[in-house]
Design a protein around this ligand. Structure first.
Ligand code: NIG
Ligand code: FE
Length: 427
């Protein structure tokens, strides 16, 4: 087993601590920082985290003639590989024309209801074969990696019919096998009512619940099930049917809730026992209280609010109410075409007043909880998977201060440096 020794970091953000539940309230501000730290990786796992002196001693005792790859982290901040718990990364085509339309006054929902938006991406995705989708998506994963992201969630939802939903999920599985970024799949056949079902949306809900979900589950193509619960998309009742069917087939519920109008999505998330509710720009106070009571994670997407030029979610209110908060890009072709999770972190501070410490928690351990992976990733603790990122920053506060630039220098996935001083090592 190879040894990697990350030595002499200005700060190591460990996120060590009781991590059996997502963090809430004041615990979101606790990062477990080691000043002047060292991290030792053995094979795919983290072997030791402590002061650099302790780490050097650990290496001496355990190297036993093995070669030790040393990564100098002097002046740098070392953190767990970032986790993005909400993306729609598998799709074909792009929609830059819609930005121009929105700047001229059209709204996101008007564009979608007129057949653009998700419907446009669905047409392009249906036309593309698996190879094309793999190629287009791979470029996006490369950018995620360059921004320090080592694991993402990936939703289907641009197929909107059996074969194309399965195709999207198979693409995610292929990429998970061959790209350093790990993908966790979510089935989101209920992302929009496809045009051919416009006259009978309930028939589409039945197709999703009774045919697509069983097919996805039988092929083991997804761990989660999501639905776009929104006015003019799926009602709370339709959303409940989809999520309950998912539960029956072993898919854990997630929900796009209260993004455009207050619609009872946060309340529904609590009722069905969702792992997370996402967006929540217009979540009601009652919905927030219900989420806190049930421990539903709020996955907030401030870059989507930014790109749609609207007010972001009330992160402070949620944190104060005891809701565990995670952050994500929402990478998709319409409401958030960026892979920069670090920019999302900047926006979380500057537009939602989350503190730099809360933001790091939201993109590491809480994000890992939101995709059911907190036992393996999201913190730097012995035994966990060796996913690590090195930032050119003298401390964690600097990440939110020197903003909108990429400070990521080195990324290690499962113990292997895949980005070293800004350069990919695996190609
Ligand atoms: O999370 N809200 C619904 N779905 C995506 C946008 C998808 C699209 O516009 O293509 C979102 O914002
Ligand atoms: Fe989304």
């Amino acid at each position: 087993m190879s040894i990697v020794y990350i030595r002499n970091a200005a700060q190591v953000v460990t996120m060590a601590g009781p991590n059996d539940k997502p963090r809430t309230g004041a615990a979101m501000g606790e990062l477990g920082i080691v000043e002047g730290g060292g991290v030792v990786l053995e094979g795919e796992r983290i072997a030791f985290v402590g002061t650099d002196e302790e780490a050097a001693r650990y290496v001496k005792r355990h190297a036993e003639g093995r070669e030790v790859a040393v990564i100098d982290a002097a002046g740098k901040t070392v953190a767990p590989g970032l986790v993005d718990p909400h993306t729609h990364v598998v799709f074909a085509g792009s929609r830059e024309k819609e930005l121009d339309m929105r700047l001229r006054g059209a709204t996101y929902m008007e564009i979608m209801n007129a057949g653009g938006g998700i419907h446009y991406s669905t047409e392009r995705t249906r036309e593309a074969n698996e190879d094309q989708l793999v190629r287009e998506t791979e470029k996006r994963l490369d950018r995620f990696l360059q921004h320090g992201v080592t694991t993402i969630e990936a939703k289907s939802g641009y197929g909107l019919r059996m074969e194309d939903e399965l195709k999207q999920l198979r693409v995610a599985r292929t990429l998970n096998d061959r790209h350093p970024v790990e993908l966790v799949s979510t089935f989101m056949g209920a992302h929009a009512v496809p045009r051919e079902y416009k006259a009978d949306p309930d028939a589409y809900v039945r197709l999703v619940a009774e045919e697509m979900i069983p097919a996805v589950a039988r092929e083991g193509l997804a761990e989660f099930c999501d639905v776009f619960c929104e006015e003019d998309v799926f009602t709370p009742e339709q959303s409940r049917i989809v999520l309950e069917a998912g539960k029956k087939w072993g898919l854990k519920p997630k929900i796009h809730a209260d993004e455009i109008v207050p619609y009872g999505g946060a309340e529904l998330a609590a009722e069905v026992g969702a792992v997370s509710a996402e967006h929540l720009l217009r979540a009601s106070d009652e919905g927030i209280r219900a989420m806190a009571a049930k421990g539903v994670i709020a996955v907030l997407l401030p870059a989507t609010a930014f790109f749609l030029m609207t007010k972001p979610a009330e992160a402070r209110k949620m944190i104060e109410a005891g809701v565990p908060v995670a952050l994500s890009t929402d990478r998709n072709p319409g409401s958030c075409p960026t892979e920069s999770l670090p920019f999302v972190m900047n926006l979380a501070c500057l537009t939602m007043r989350m503190t730099p410490a809360e933001v790091l928690t939201a993109c590491t351990i809480n994000a890992a909880h939101a995709i059911g992976r907190a036992d393996r990733i999201g913190s730097l603790e012995p035994g966990k998977q060796a996913d690590v990122v090195l930032f050119d920053a003298p401390n964690y506060l600097y990440l939110q201060y020197h903003y909108a630039v990429n400070l990521v220098e080195t990324v290690i996935k499962k113990g292997r440096p895949v980005l070293l001083n800004g350069k990919r090592t695996d190609r």
